[in-house]
Design a protein around this ligand. Structure first.
Ligand code: NAX
Ligand code: K
Length: 496
């Protein structure tokens, strides 16, 4: 239903280097021309955001990222703006197009001085052209000092191609990274700009393709794409006039151990609001009255054992297991019963923790489940630390999918959806979502979409974006205090 290949490709540094080389060698665009276009694109963005800057302070490294900075400084200087360029690293190490750019800037009269501690003035704007896609490993001390100085200045910062210190591939801060207000990235979007620390460092990202022809991109197909909610919503077919509830699937939400009944109520309500035909809840008998009082549309049943759950599974098209599930013997029984059935599953929260105990054991990988771990749950499933998951979220998502099958949704800033072939990145949402119940809602959303006939990867991709975009709308009233239950009306509106 969704054509992910039409969505924006996200590339690794290696891939972008290949595209650069192809643009120069194959498409015949000389390197200095590409660099001049990059500088012009960044300069245009700077002026668009901050017209008439009092001072343009440009920090240049010794690679081509620095070359972009020199040419930007020359543009600013020629247009009469006060400019100061600070060189990081030994100029003797500069070569190729970057050296030409530096010489051109110097010949035009751009003032260039070595970067020293305290050299930056606290006025105007800062252009970060220290490190781009050529960054290898943790930033060295000299660059680290400059990065920290930029971040303490409290001036608007434009990052050239990628904020210095951010890993283009993983979105991890390599020791220290510039926090920019905006980043102009060249030729192709780097995937690290959109996940992990990427969004915090890059600010608003714009892509300048530098007029590289489409044929160049054909040689390096991306294996990661940035999800477009609009494109997915546009592809959803309208409901026929003679529709009936049987067409839209039966979702069974199971979980809600003692003390955690709210989780199951949230998941069930989210499934209803996202269009599931019928939603049932299987939970502790104690929670049934409260669920019915809140959502009379939910068919809530008390289940005391795995056997009782098993009798409900045949009547479900999709089972969402995990919200408030707990890890008690009761939880274990429900988990066991659901996993023994062939029904498609959406597993979250404690269902993932129970799965983690059994990986490689009783429960083999399966193709018809969607697993929605946050980084901590992913770490438990992989037997590593949360830090290791966050250090390379793409690798963690792929590894999990390979081990467990199905579709893996690695939650967090820049949520990743991996079906084994591709990684899809959803960058909707905001920090207001760091509150209890958000995951339960996502589980219900994905289950509802799956029950309505979307392919598992589509249900996960649309669910993630719908959930994040609804939170962005709801956060109009403030991120702090955003409740999971605030999302439902917005999801409904978006789906409409
Ligand atoms: N023709 C091209 O290839 C184009 C490249 N462009 C720019 O070129 C950049 C890539 O240029 P390069 O490949 O020269 O690399 P960079 O300029 O990103 O970085 C290389 C420099 O960083 C230093 N460095 C590497 N790791 C470091 C670390 N851990 N700590 C401190 N310093 C470190 C290296 O010694 C080298 O001087 C892109 O990000 C983009 O800005 C653009 O001009 C567009 C065209
Ligand atoms: K940079």
């Amino acid at each position: 239903m969704f054509d992910f290949t039409q969505m924006q490709g996200l590339y690794t540094a290696r891939q972008v280097r290949a595209l650069d080389a192809r643009a120069i060698g194959g498409a015949g665009i000389p390197g200095p021309i590409l660099m001049a276009r990059a500088a012009a694109a960044a300069w245009d963005q700077l002026l668009a955001l901050w017209p008439r800057p009092e001072l343009v302070q440009v920090l240049c490294g010794t690679g081509n990222n620095g070359g972009d900075g020199f040419l930007l400084a020359e543009l600013a200087h020629k247009r009469g703006y006060p400019v100061a360029v600070y060189q990081l690293g030994d100029p003797a190490r500069i070569g190729g197009d970057a050296l030409k750019a530096r010489e051109q800037a110097l010949a035009s009269g751009v003032p260039v001085a070595p970067y020293t501690a305290g050299c930056l003035e606290s006025r105007g704007v800062v252009v970060d052209a220290m490190l781009g896609t050529g960054l290898g490993g943790e930033v060295r001390d000299a660059q680290r000092g400059a990065i920290e100085a930029v971040n303490t200045l409290d001036l608007p910062v434009l990052a050239v191609d990628i904020p210095s210190g951010l890993c283009a591939d993983s979105g991890r801060v390599l020791g220290a990274a510039v926090r920019a207000a905006t980043t102009v990235t060249f030729i192709a979007a780097k995937r690290g700009l959109y996940t992990g620390d990427g969004q915090d460092c890059a600010g608003a990202v714009s892509l300048a393709t530098l007029s590289v022809p489409a044929a160049v991109y054909a040689v390096e197909p991306p294996d990661c794409r940035r999800l477009s909610l609009d494109a997915m919503l546009a592809a959803l077919p309208p409901r026929p006039a003679n529709a009936h509830k049987g067409l839209y699937g039966r979702v069974l939400v199971a979980g809600g151990d003692l003390g955690m009944g709210g989780a199951i109520a949230l998941a069930a309500e989210a499934a209803l609001r996202c269009g599931a035909g019928l939603v049932s809840a299987a939970t502790r008998a104690e929670h049934v009255p409260a669920i019915l009082a809140r959502s009379p549309e939910v068919m809530a049943r008390g289940v005391a054992s795995g056997q009782e759950l098993a009798s409900l599974l045949d009547g479900a098209d999709v089972v969402a297991l995990g919200p408030g599930l707990g890890q008690s013997p009761w939880s274990e029984q429900l988990f066991q019963a659901a996993c023994e059935h062939r029904v498609p599953l959406v597993l979250d929260a404690d269902a993932l923790n129970l799965l983690g105990r059994r990986v490689g054991g009783v429960v083999p990988p399966r193709g018809n489940w969607i697993l929605t771990p946050h980084p901590g749950e992913a770490a438990r499933l992989l037997g590593c630390s949360t830090g290791e998951v966050q250090a390379d979220r793409f690798a963690a998502a792929r590894e999990l999918q390979q081990r467990l099958g199905g579709v893996v949704v690695l939650k967090g800033n820049g949520t990743l959806v991996c079906d084994g072939e591709q990684v899809l990145l959803g960058d909707y949402g905001n920090p207001g979502m760091a509150s209890g119940g958000m995951g339960d809602v996502l589980t219900g959303v994905i289950a509802a979409l799956l029950a309505q006939g979307l392919a598992p990867v589509e249900a996960a991709a649309l669910g993630v974006c719908l959930h994040g975009a609804a939170a962005d709308r709801a956060a109009g009233a403030g991120q702090r205090g955003l409740l999971a239950s605030d999302l439902a009306p917005h999801m409904r509106e978006l789906l409409a």
